[in-house]
Design a protein around this ligand. Structure first.
Ligand SMILES: [Zn+2]
Length: 114
């Protein structure tokens, strides 16, 4: 069982509830349908796959249109790989992005909208 936030009033309740216990808002969207929703033509699933497989190169950030930080990650991994430490930082960064992405799988607009 997962806890979700009511889209109408923000009240936190079980995703098993048919309607929000506080305001009665009925959501007919499942987690899967929300995860499959495209935001500006982009998919959170693609984002997560890029973060997992190519995250150290900033691929997921290029995909999300966060170009400045994407280039920083890319350069830390490519140019910085001889120094080891920048690649390590880039890997941690990619992991954090991945975790944040997983937390927002039902709310992809949080990832793709600044
Ligand atoms: Zn509510």
């Amino acid at each position: 069982m997962a806890m979700i936030y009511c889209r109408e009033c923000g009240y936190r309740h079980s995703d098993k509830a048919k309607a929000c216990p506080k305001c009665g808002y009925v959501s007919n969207e499942t987690l899967t349908s929300r995860a499959n929703k495209l935001v500006n033509g982009k998919s959170i699933v693609v984002y997560l796959l890029l973060a997992w497989f190519l995250g150290v190169f900033g691929a997921h950030r290029f995909y999300a249109g966060k170009m400045e930080t994407a280039w920083i990650m890319f350069l830390m991994t490519t140019v910085g790989f001889l120094l080891v430490v920048p690649v390590f930082i880039s890997a941690i960064w990619a992991l954090v992005d991945l975790i944040i992405g997983i937390c927002n799988i039902g709310t992809p607009e949080n990832i793709f909208n600044k």
